[in-house]
Design a protein around this ligand. Structure first.
Ligand code: B12
Ligand code: SF4
Length: 493
């Protein structure tokens, strides 16, 4: 049996980092971890190939080779998934679809031959059995959340590692919180499940064996969902692992209560973590309560961010405008918050109600759903009728993006961040890739870029005041170039 795993193309988005990847000569930020994991669950006598369309073209001869095309996607890949499915139909290749997009809205894909939904650990074995017996069903689903100790090591051998900026690894699934706009709890549950510490160190070792020595993203929904377990089990092993592999740094996603635990932050930094994404959403208490983001209420959020930065972790933040209780003052409050906190990578989106969330159900009851989400948080689209006048909301939203990503405020924010941040993982020895990115930035940002004055000012300031952060300053200058392209130039007005 020949299986072609296909990962459809992403549009040009905030997290795609397409315009920053050019500086390091890479095609994609992350590999498709879901498909690589599924590949490890397929029978040994099945032949498997991967086509990640973010790094290569899907060729006719690949489709001709395949008995089944296995497609994985999230909502933001909906249009490209549709195109892939059309090609498979044309080439008469049977399709098997799984992953978040298809699990949430299978009804949107009548052209799919087989749905293997939810987590493959529970649904794939039945599909494989039925294929072997020659009678696979159209749909396989489950309400069970599998034990992750059974999840195999992803098949890194299917990748050309050189095409990617970072690798991914997953320790847990699920999140103890339940924010009403988020798909995580409906997909993966509120009770977290974990791999064992030895599974994680074996996975990391398998990456090293495959030739990977650079950054690794822990793609957990909330890495610190169970702090006690993390401190007791995984982090002591990761600290030891990082001592032996100092070139690998980690980043992850966590909730704001990370700031309450200096011991945890210290252990994370000693394990090699240097960045953490946190859904901050809004400085407005009423909106936080209304969307059930209770973990962010009754706190000094700016001070929390600073505590995390001082501990040695760069904070990346998600922000939302368009909550029911937002008034026109929210735009300036968000700008002030982002600037003061020194969150350089600030993803600001208009509130969207993804299918399958509590927010979607509420909006539908209130008759306020006006379409599907695009899955891209920063394209300025909305699928709900907001309480605030829609045009005012869009104007205010664009104002935020303009204010936080224009060169002057952006570079100011980088400085605000670097003042607090003390990098534990100082790169004494830069890689050839780092040097090349720096040289390219000198030309693209320092000579022909609109931001050239700000760029040089930042480099000089960092060289004088924060020498150890020079690599971070250059990286953030490059990120800024990408964010400006995506958030200001590409946006539909
Ligand atoms: C890593 C990640 C990303 C990476 C993607 C990297 C990449 N190349 O894939 C980045 C950072 C780019 C990203 C971005 C976004 N993401 Co994201 N992301 C994740 C995250 C945290 C982990 C995904 C992962 O690798 N999981 C590990 C693998 C092993 O799990 P998996 O992919 O689900 O695969 C399992 C099953 O689904 C199934 N399966 C998967 N595919 C297939 C295929 C077949 C054929 C079969 C049989 C089975 C199968 O089997 C696997 C094993 O059980 C998930 C949350 C999560 N827990 O999954 C969110 C998640 C996928 N992201 C989500 C969202 C909303 C986004 C953003 C819109 C966020 C934002 N606010 O901007 C953006 C959109 C894209 C963009 N703007 O660029 C949503 C998707 C919801 C949806 N309906 O699509 C999720 C579920 C989180 C959430 N909040 O609900 N994301
Ligand atoms: S804390 Fe994050 S992952 Fe958890 S429910 Fe809220 S938005 Fe989703």
């Amino acid at each position: 049996m020949n299986i072609l795993l296909i990962y459809p193309e992403f549009v040009d988005t905030f997290w795609g980092f397409k315009h920053a990847l050019k500086f390091i000569g890479k095609d994609a930020t992350f590999p498709p971890l879901g498909l690589l994991t599924v590949a490890s669950m397929l029978p040994d006598d099945w032949n498997v190939r991967l086509c990640d369309m973010n790094v290569e073209r899907l060729r006719k001869r690949d489709l001709a080779w395949a008995d089944y095309a296995f497609i994985s996607a999230m909502t933001v890949q909906k249009k490209s998934s549709k195109r892939v499915l059309q090609r498979c139909l044309k080439e008469e290749v049977k399709t098997v679809a799984g992953g978040p997009l298809f699990t949430i809205e299978p009804q949107s894909f009548p052209e799919v031959d087989h749905f293997v939904l939810n987590e493959a650990e529970v649904t794939l074995p039945d599909f494989i059995r039925d294929v072997r017996n020659g009678n696979p069903r159209r749909e396989y689903t489950s309400t069970d959340f599998p034990d992750m100790t059974q999840t195999p090591i992803p098949r890194w051998d299917l990748l050309n590692l050189k095409e990617y900026a970072s690798m991914c690894i997953q320790y847990s699934r699920g999140c103890p919180f339940n924010c009403d706009f988020c798909n995580v709890t409906s997909l993966f549950g509120q009770k977290q499940r974990y791999k064992s510490s030895s599974q994680i160190t074996s996975e990391l070792q398998s990456l090293v064996d495959a030739g990977w020595k650079k950054d690794v993203f822990f793609v957990d929904d909330n890495f610190i969902g169970n702090k006690g377990r993390l401190k007791r089990e995984l982090l002591p092993d990761l600290i030891e692992w990082h001592t032996n592999h100092p070139t690998t740094n980690f980043n992850t996603e966590a909730s704001m209560n990370i700031a309450d635990d200096p011991e945890l932050m210290d252990m994370l930094v000693r394990s090699g973590f240097n960045k953490v994404f946190i859904g901050i959403e809004t400085p407005d208490e009423e909106s936080l309560t209304a969307c059930s983001k209770i973990q962010n209420t009754k706190r000094d959020l700016i001070e929390d961010v600073k505590k995390i930065q001082r501990a040695g972790l760069q904070v990346q933040g998600g922000f939302i405008v368009g909550f029911d209780s937002d008034t026109e003052s929210i735009f300036q409050r968000q700008i002030d918050f982002i600037q003061k906190s020194g969150i350089v990578t600030a993803m600001v989106g208009l509130l969207q109600a993804p299918f399958g969330t509590r927010l979607y159900d509420r909006m539908q009851e209130e008759g306020r759903i006006i379409g599907d989400t695009t899955g891209d948080n920063v394209d300025g689209s909305m699928n709900i009728v907001p309480i605030m006048n829609a045009q005012k909301l869009k104007n205010g939203y664009h104002e935020i993006l303009n204010k936080i990503y224009s060169p002057r405020p952006y570079y100011q924010r980088v400085k605000t961040f670097l003042r607090e941040y003390d990098p534990a993982s100082f790169k004494a020895k830069l890689s050839r890739q780092d040097i090349w990115a720096f040289v390219k930035s000198l030309f693209r940002l320092g000579i022909i870029g609109k931001e050239r004055f700000q760029y040089w000012k930042l480099l000089v300031w960092t060289a004088v005041h924060r020498k150890r952060s020079l690599p971070d300053a250059v990286t953030l200058a490059i990120y800024g170039f990408h964010f400006r392209k995506v958030c200001i130039q590409n946006i539909k007005h």
